[in-house]
Write a protein that binds this ligand. Structure first.
Ligand SMILES: Nc1ncnc2c1ncn2[C@@H]1O[C@H](COP(=O)(O)OP(=O)(O)OP(=O)(O)O)[C@@H](O)[C@H]1O
Ligand SMILES: [Mg+2]
Length: 141
């Protein structure tokens, strides 16, 4: 099912609803074109999950860790945009990160598709053909 995210307000509401289903151990993979709203969604989700950290795109360092939580868990936020291949993800220690983090949120997760874990949730973000509306669809792995 495609959920329309016409405005940032819609995207925020969706993040708040989605947060209710998130649990420790989840790997949340975000797929979608440049600027479609992956980081915005992550920011709202991380906030709703009870974290006070600033959420920015980890484009340069590839990984942000959020720990300022009222909860007893951490979140790793990846942005794999700069990776060229699965090999790079392996080099990054992706497997170990996924295994050790409580919750992983991964922008551009398709860059490591060959080495996805068994359990994951994918959120596909897309624009309509005129680039004037956005949608998201959820698929469980
Ligand atoms: N549903 C929405 N409606 C309108 N604007 C939005 C929506 N979601 C995000 N935006 C805005 O679009 C811009 C790009 O969003 P964002 O940085 O989250 O994209 P991204 O998918 O993470 O991009 P990148 O691929 O570069 O990481 C931001 O200014 C953000 O506030
Ligand atoms: Mg981003």
């Amino acid at each position: 099912m495609k959920i329309p995210l016409k405005t940032k307000r819609d995207a925020k509401k969706f993040a708040i609803e989605f947060a209710k289903k998130v649990k420790k151990g989840d790997n949340i993979f975000l797929i979608g074109e440049l600027g479609v709203g992956k980081t915005f969604f992550t920011r709202e989700l991380v906030r709703k999950l009870g974290f006070a950290d600033t959420v920015n795109s980890p484009s340069f360092k590839l990984i942000n860790e959020y720990t300022q939580s009222i909860n007893d868990f951490n979140i790793l936020h990846f942005d794999l945009y700069r990776l060229d291949s699965t090999k790079d993800a392996e080099y990054l220690g992706w497997d170990d990160y996924l295994a050790s983090a409580d919750i992983c949120i991964v922008e551009w997760a398709e860059k490591a598709r060959d080495i996805w874990p068994l359990d994951f949730t994918v959120l596909y973000f897309e624009y309509d053909e005129n680039f004037d509306a956005r949608f998201v669809s959820v698929s469980w792995g």
